[in-house]
Design a binder for this molecule. Structure first.
Ligand code: FE2
Length: 148
């Protein structure tokens, strides 16, 4: 069996941690968002945390299939994530900007991982690329909601 590199495992685990933090953060915004766009964004944020929870599982299980050990506690997520937890008191626009920024960061890390993986494994690359593509689309849609 082809094993993926330690570096590739690290890259996948990085995204498990990021998704773990993002999942909670999207709920936070889903609950605390206010303003004229409430109905649209409340539903959008639910769609996003549902998607994140699915992708999070995909990445963690890809790691397990390659004898990796996905982070699986909140403590580990906070320790290893490159995105930060939600802050209180943000406006709806600031929440959207924050999600765009986190998604951009995650997407960049995924594309960097694909480019720099030592052991090329198409299944890992395919998972990351599929997620990076969907994230790009979500960023585009979120940016459009910020146009006044
Ligand atoms: Fe809800």
């Amino acid at each position: 069996m082809n094993m993926i590199s330690t570096q590739a495992k690290k890259a996948l685990n990085q995204q498990v941690a990021n998704y773990g933090v993002l999942f909670v953060k999207l709920h936070n915004y889903h609950w605390y968002i206010n303003g004229p766009e409430f109905l649209t964004l409340h539903v959008k944020l639910e769609e996003l945390y549902t998607w994140v929870s699915e992708q999070y599982d995909v990445v963690a299980e890809r790691l397990l299939m390659n004898h990796g050990e996905p982070y699986a506690t909140l403590k580990e997520y906070l320790e290893h994530a490159t995105i930060e937890e939600a802050k209180r008191g943000l406006s709806a626009d600031e929440m959207v900007e924050s999600v765009i920024s986190d998604f951009s960061q995650i997407r960049k890390e995924m594309l960097d991982a694909i480019e720099h993986l030592e052991t090329h494994d198409m299944t890992v690359e395919d998972d990351l690329l599929a997620q990076a593509k969907e994230i790009e689309k979500q960023i585009w849609m979120l940016r459009a909601t910020l146009e006044k």
